[in-house]
Ligand binder design. Structure first.
Ligand SMILES: Cc1ncc(C[n+]2csc(CCOP(=O)(O)OP(=O)(O)O)c2C)c(N)n1
Ligand SMILES: [Mg+2]
Length: 573
């Protein structure tokens, strides 16, 4: 349970008896990050922040310098998701901070506990019109759980510890610390610096909520005739996949997964369902929603039709938002499921056998839906149908491949088809729907999981937003395969525009042109290839895998094929 044990517990403690009597702010930042177990920062340099790099050298923290701060923030978000630790982006004042805002905002909606450290002009020149001076804290406040300026050098490490607590309070989320240049550069007496001890300044987050409610839920589930469960991203955040699996297996509950919860059950598992979610939600008598809010993805809760709706979430504030519930339990979703499972084990009959028929009826519907769709997935049409690309990717992924989806329509297709084979192998932006996350996510995924393969699917729109930082991944030896689903348009938007304004007026502001992204690979000296024939997708992917470097596979797609989810445009309703 990476995030439940205060990070850095096993790290060597800072000796206050150090022979060096003074320490600068940047070195205190590095020590505090080390105490959080952070072993890499993502950054783009600026005069306001360079002392942090100097501290990182001493603490053995890798400095990964990117080409755009948005990528640094997405990478820090990705680092948090992958490791359960507090990913950290360090950016300079003014434009460095504003460039990273999108990454922080994405982490905010995705409940990712990253830390953004930003420069600020010297306090001695406060409000005098200093270079790159802006009201950063005001800007970051609405998109973080905690945002403040660090007032003194002595308390820098203390504020980082505080930021860590706030980021992990309830549902996780990002924190921001602004450090003015003179506060960062100043050398202070080491004995006067407040440096909370690693492992000693954070509580466990594994709350089970009210024990009486655990019993109530045990009663509900034991007596349910047609239950279903939705396993959301907090199942991954709480590293609860194993217990979630035990829960559904022991109680015989069909499971649907979304976001980072995908992969909790492997494809082919008898209780793994995907295409019949609407049927299950319509027919179930009990629906348990674990670690995902009633947001647009669940039509603000309207998708759930069962008489009994139970919500389990890390955040008290999320439970019961947008729709009434029968029971809500705030806590660590793994600890809660474990406690409920334990409570059911004492019952003479947990009802699991009585649910066989229900599971079988859903399985029959699921199978029918899979079979009905299969011809589309195997389509030999040219230009290539996006379903075929998604199908080929699904076949290509190994049990050890992290899959990242960053794009519009092409990723909507993939979301319906690509099935991660294990927990932690699926990354998407989350409910902010940010295009451009993939490059930073891929970098962070490969850095933190070097033994895993990383495959990222981009739209041609999204790839170009942050794709230049592929060069950074290359520079740091972090290879991944970038697949560009190239339909020449911002298709997810174009689809709705055409529906609304007709073909002629509907193509304004969404045409991207024919871009040979494989030539970008040439420019970087990495593997690149263009694919126009469906039968060539797999061989091209295999060649990219064999190359072992970063690779760009530019797959030309039919621009007039839209995902069902895009045609219905439910995400805007
Ligand atoms: C940063 C950002 N800008 C704009 C949008 C709105 N948007 C959603 S999907 C989409 C089209 C994306 O095009 P592309 O990446 O080529 O994928 P396609 O839909 O063509 O498959 C846009 C612009 C967004 N989600 N994020
Ligand atoms: Mg596109």
């Amino acid at each position: 349970m990476a995030q439940t044990v205060p990070a850095g517990k096993d790290l060597p403690q800072i000796s206050l008896e150090s022979s060096e009597q003074t320490i600068s702010g940047g070195h205190l930042v590095a020590k505090a990050l080390r105490n959080e177990g952070v072993d890499a920062i993502f950054t783009l340099c600026g005069g306001h922040i360079i002392d942090i790099y100097d501290g990182c050298i001493d603490e053995g923290i890798k400095v990964i310098d990117v080409r755009h701060e948005q990528v640094a923030a997405h990478a820090a978000d990705g680092y948090s998701r992958m490791t359960g630790k507090m990913g950290c982006a360090v950016v300079t004042a003014g434009p460095g901070t504003t460039n990273s805002v999108t990454g922080v905002a994405n982490a905010f909606r995705a409940e990712s506990p990253m830390l953004l450290i930003g420069g600020q002009s010297a306090l001695s020149q406060h409000m005098m019109g200093g270079l790159q001076n802006l009201a950063h804290v005001d800007m970051l406040k609405p998109i973080t759980k905690f945002a403040t300026s660090v007032p003194t050098t002595e308390r820098i490490a203390d504020f980082i510890a505080m930021a860590a607590r706030e980021a992990h309070n309830g549902a996780f989320g990002p924190a921001y610390l602004e450090i003015p240049r003179d506060v960062l550069d100043l050398k202070v007496d080491l004995r006067k610096a407040v440096v909370p001890k690693a492992g000693a300044y954070r509580a466990s987050t594994r709350s089970i909520g009210d024990p009486a409610d655990i019993e109530k839920l045990a009663d509900i589930i034991v007596h349910a005739e047609k239950p279903c469960i939705l396993l959301g991203q907090q199942v991954w955040t709480c590293r609860a996949a194993e217990i979630a699996r035990a829960f559904v297996e022991k109680l015989n509950v069909p499971a649907y997964m979304n976001g980072a919860g995908r992969g909790t059950l492997p494809p082919g598992h008898p209780l793994h369902f995907q295409l019949t979610r609407r049927d299950a939600f319509a027919e179930a008598d009990v629906t348990i929603v674990v670690g995902t809010p009633f947001d647009f993805r669940l039509r603000y809760g309207k998708s759930l039709k069962s008489k009994t709706v139970v919500q389990i979430d890390m955040s008290y504030a999320t439970i019961g938002r947008n729709r009434d519930i029968s029971l809500g339990i705030a806590g660590d979703v793994g600890a809660v499921l474990e406690a409920v499972l334990h409570a059911t084990s004492g019952r003479s009959d947990n009802g699991s056998r009585s649910r066989n028929e229900w599971v079988a009826s859903l399985r029959a519907k699921e199978e029918a839906a899979v079979q009905a769709r299969l011809p589309k997935l195997r389509s030999d049409a040219t230009p290539i149908h996006p379903y075929r690309l998604a199908y080929e990717i699904d076949q290509f992924l190994t049990d050890n491949t992290i899959f990242i989806g960053d794009g519009g329509d092409v990723v909507t297709f993939a979301g319906n088809v690509v099935q991660p084979k294990a927990p932690g192998l699926w990354m998407d932006p989350g409910p902010l729907g940010t295009l451009g996350v993939g490059t930073g996510f891929a970098m962070a995924a490969k850095l933190t999981q070097p033994k895993r393969e990383v495959v990222a699917l981009f739209g041609d729109g999204s790839f170009a937003m942050t794709g230049f930082d592929l060069q950074t991944a290359m520079r740091f030896g972090l290879p991944y395969i970038a697949i560009v689903g190239n339909n020449m348009y911002m298709n997810q938007i174009r689809c709705g525009q055409i529906q609304k304004y007709g073909k002629e007026r509907g193509e304004v502001g969404n045409y991207l042109g024919e871009v040979n992204f494989e030539k970008f690979a040439d420019m970087l000296g990495i593997y690149g290839e263009a694919v126009r024939e469906p039968g060539q997708i797999r061989p091209a992917l295999e060649r990219a895998r064999a190359a072992g470097t970063c690779a760009v596979i530019n797959v030309w797609l039919d621009p007039d094929a839209y995902a069902p989810g895009t045609e219905n445009q439910t995400m805007y309703k």
